[in-house]
Design a protein around this ligand. Structure first.
Ligand code: M6R
Length: 618
């Protein structure tokens, strides 16, 4: 978590840094800070709160002059979010300054050692320990900043992306990474460099980016070059790869939408098309995806598929369990990355592990990938962010191509992940002979209809808004679904709780009578997904059980439904589709319902409290 951005060049650095921090705020917004070097002095300002609070404070605090500087937006790990714990952090002498994304696990041991050498600390952070360790090494070893950073990092256990400046070497910045991302935007003729946790802060300045690999340190010298070294063995990285960025400015702006989340909900028809574009040739009956095609044997010979993911991506994994078992008849297990990595799982070379992650940076999912690889499993990644850590760590994979998702609540990531997983299941189902040709064709023809159907559903917005207005003040919600729509119930509940702070639970509808039914009274809204496929009659019985206990029923039904309409307080219709694709439709009204409730409650939809977009700490 946390966002880092910096600049070294010939322009005024402050506006570039502030704009960069605004774009990185999705990574954390507990506090923000900036540091600038005006040629003489280090000018530093920081505050609890958002980048807008920082801007207000900077006006009173410091001169914004300088062509070198950097900033930080924080998601707190060590120490409460307050002024002193905010980044940047100065070393004891005041000559070195650092921003950090990650966690130094052995900070306490290092801190005690530094205290014994006369260092005093002002904050509770692990980062202040690191900058003083760098300073101490620089003094003891009489070495330059780059070397001191390298030696310090050799003592560090944990994860980091760091950016360090030394007043004595004002024309250079040192960055390093292990487990947390950091990229360099390379300006024309090396006249300027941009540094950031992802490429969004520098997209309008350069399309050339270098992504540092884990265990690498870069020394960036103004008007000269970038030298990248391995932290552990000091080897110089010779073949530094510059990537051309595909990102556009429009993709990372809100446009006419009030919030990124709403924009991203509305982008789903085109995002789903972008996911299957070039991969699904429905009329020819072809699905092609190089990551799968090149490794077909591994999938076809797999004893089972293990899916690892967190949050919304885990819910997409649950939908995939239904897809793979139903369509391809391959046994599937779905695991939280965080549980999988620590429970000594039995993994063999005959297993295929699929890691799902929008950001490609989720620490627990990444650790699960590394563990699976170490046990010999074949690991396939489904990520949205191109070049992300998980995408680079897996043996093969496929991008969802959903475009940047900036709202902290995942929306288009979910539907595009399901689209991609559907393609995998269909291709494997056909290859395994479990899917007849006509059935396979029916699936393909229907999948290309989904974007239109999502488009139709988005027109239900006003209707959903009226329902949101009725329930905006309730303290609890229950979400029920069965089969393919059980994970959608979980996802609906997660969306509501994370952005509106209303307690919500998702349950398989039939499980309700094993406990949660006790919660139902006239004050409890229950969202039930009751499309006409699968277990329709069974779900109708569950709905009756709720009705007879005076629960307030909001039902997601198939267009033309008459049965549930008579029972439920409110219905939202979704277009008819194949059962396997219902999650792609039923999830849309639940996203809109959460969105409107959160807006009506005055919540910060794009930046819900305590959360960050990419959870790069375990
Ligand atoms: O980037 P990832 O898909 O790996 O992220 C996983 C979760 O952190 C994420 O889905 C989170 O649950 C979202 N805030 C849900 O909306």
């Amino acid at each position: 978590m946390c966002g880092i951005t910096g600049y070294i060049g010939h322009r005024e650095a402050y506006p570039i840094i502030i704009q960069g921090l605004q774009r990185l705020e999705y990574r954390g917004y507990d506090s923000a800070g900036v540091v600038l070097f005006d040629g003489q002095e280090i000018n530093l300002s920081k505050t609890k709160g958002k980048v807008s609070d920082l801007q207000a404070k900077v006006k009173h605090d410091i001169s914004t002059k300088g062509t070198i500087g950097f900033g930080h937006t924080r998601w707190a790990t060590h120490g409460v979010p307050n002024h002193v714990n905010s980044h940047p952090h100065l070393s004891q002498s005041g000559n070195l300054v650092i921003v950090h994304n990650g966690i130094i696990e052995n900070y306490d041991t290092l801190k005690k050692e530094l205290i014994s050498r006369g260092y005093t600390f002002h904050s509770d952070t692990d980062t202040e320990v690191l900058i003083n360790l760098i300073e101490e090494i620089k003094i003891q070893e009489k070495c330059k900043l780059g070397k001191a950073v390298q030696l310090a990092l050799q003592q560090v256990i944990g994860a980091y992306a760091i950016l360090v400046f030394d007043k004595e070497k004002p024309n250079e910045l040192v960055i390093a990474r292990l487990g947390s991302p950091i990229a360099i935007g390379v300006g024309k003729d090396n006249k300027e460099f941009f540094i950031a946790s992802d490429a969004t802060p520098f997209i309008e300045y350069t399309k050339d980016a270098i992504y540092l690999e884990d265990g690498e340190l870069a020394i960036i010298k103004l008007d000269r070059d970038i030298r990248i070294r391995k932290i552990n063995d000091d080897t110089l990285v010779e073949d530094v790869k510059t990537q051309e960025l595909q990102l556009s400015l429009e993709q990372i702006e809100k446009g006419n939408y009030e919030h990124f989340m709403l924009k991203e909900i509305h982008e789903q028809p085109s995002a789903i098309i972008d996911t299957y574009r070039g991969r699904l040739l429905a009329n020819k009956g072809i699905i092609r995806m190089s990551g799968l095609d090149d490794n077909m044997e591994r999938f076809l010979n797999a004893n089972r598929i293990i899916i690892v993911a967190c949050g919304t991506s885990w819910h997409a994994g649950l939908v995939a369990e239904y897809l793979f078992e139903d369509i391809a008849r391959i046994p599937v297990e779905v695991e939280y990355g965080s549980e999988f990595r620590y429970r000594n799982p039995i993994i063999t070379e005959k297993d295929v592990v699929i890691a799902i992650s929008q950001s490609g940076e989720t620490a627990d999912t990444l650790a699960a990938v590394k563990l699976a690889k170490s046990k010999g499993a074949f690991v396939f990644g489904i990520c949205n962010v191109v070049g992300s850590s998980i995408a680079r760590e897996v043996h093969a994979g496929a991008y969802t191509h959903a475009g940047p998702e900036i709202g902290v609540a995942s929306t288009k990531a979910f539907t595009t992940q399901i689209t991609l997983l559907s393609l995998l299941a269909l291709k494997l189902g056909k290859a395994k002979g479990n899917l007849s040709v006509p059935n396979y064709q029916t699936y393909l023809q229907e999948l290309v209809q989904i974007p239109n159907k999502v488009e139709q559903l988005l027109k239900e917005d006003e209707h959903i808004k009226t329902i949101a207005a009725i329930y905006k003040s309730v303290p609890n919600f229950l979400y029920l679904g069965r089969g393919y729509n059980f994970p959608v119930a979980l996802e609906g509940a997660l969306k509501l709780k994370e952005i509106s702070y209303i307690h919500a639970e998702g349950y398989p509808a039939a499980e309700m009578k094993h406990g949660p039914i006790a919660l139902i009274d006239e004050n409890m809204p229950v969202v039930v997904i009751a499309t006409n496929k699968g277990y329709y009659e069974k779900v109708v019985s569950n709905i009756q059980e709720i009705k007879s206990r005076q629960g307030q029923l909001i039902a997601i039904v198939t267009k033309g439904d008459t049965t549930v309409k008579k029972i439920a307080n409110h219905t939202i219709e979704v277009p008819e589709t194949l059962e396997a694709f219902t999650p792609l439709l039923t999830t849309i009204p639940l996203q809109l319902l959460s969105y409107h409730i959160a807006v009506m409650r005055g919540c910060n939809v794009d930046q819900p409290r305590n959360l960050a977009k990419a959870v790069t700490v375990e």
